[in-house]
Design a protein around this ligand. Sequence first.
Ligand SMILES: [Zn+2]
Length: 348
Amino acid sequence: MKLLQTLTQTPSVPGREDRIRKVIQEYITTNNLFDEVSIDAMGSLIGLRKARRNQGSPDARPMRVMLAAHMDQIGFLVRYIDENGYLRVNPVGGFDARNLFARKVRVCCSSGDLPGIMNASGKPIHIASEADKKKIPEVTEFFVDLGLNAEQVRAKIVIGDMVVLDGPFEEVGHSVVSQCLDNRIGCWAQIRAIENLRSHSCDIYAVWTVQEEVGLRGAQPAAFGVNPDVAVACDTTLCCKTPGVPDEDRVSLSGDGVCLHVMDGSMISDIGLIDDFEKIARSRDIKCQRAILPRGGQDGAVIQRSRSGVKTIALACPVKYIHTVTEMAHKDDLDSYHRLLTAWLETV
Ligand SMILES: [Zn+2]
């Protein structure tokens, strides 16, 4: 849990992934998990772990497997500083404005991180009209207060500085709760899966991609560079078994294991791979469940369609309250996630 905690507490929004990349790179290098580590032009981190045993004849080319987990999180970039020193921000990723009231934020600038408060423009409840109380502002109507005067703010902040919501990592019941479990869980599962690997006959390219939250932008060039035979996209998915949601819309169940993402709005997983993963899960007594998300997308979509096409499956951890600072994931699902990935890699 310590590694997952560190990953969730390292701010990195689309286009500003240098911090999380450094944390992952240091960890995989210190622990000698890969034979080669590189970073592509857009900033995706790629670890190559060469086959540890021959597949058939000694000179046969090993199967090339790509794992991909996006390492960016939803957040904001500063777009304007007003005359009083309040910041206006541009979202990078899909926020629900209803979750943005009265939030602590962290503004990351060249001189260090500054604590701030995010709130919506408008009147507090004591002086708001009935119409004001019902209004849900646009994300761009929220502002950040740094508790500094305009001159001090301008001396520290430039347009394009990163802003993230601030929230702790905590264990709650059988679950972990934190901001950006989407997708530090996928980043973490890839690391754990490689750590626990014994022998494997495929070349494994583990990729931590950039800019997924703004439209799957980093995975596409990364997949072109890796040129895989088969790919596994590692992400999170909705778990809506919560009050107010019809059961048929739950997508996945918390505690029932990692999801084999049959399809979402962006891709249909290779059915042969779904079957393979299910068989392995059954034989190893690892919990997994099938899930369909009618909308949404993830990196698997662009990897699947790169070059002349790639057999691709998406794995996902069920996460409640996704895209808030209180995302919640069951520890059993975290456990089954990396165990199933390791078990499959050993059979490819
Ligand atoms: Zn995600």
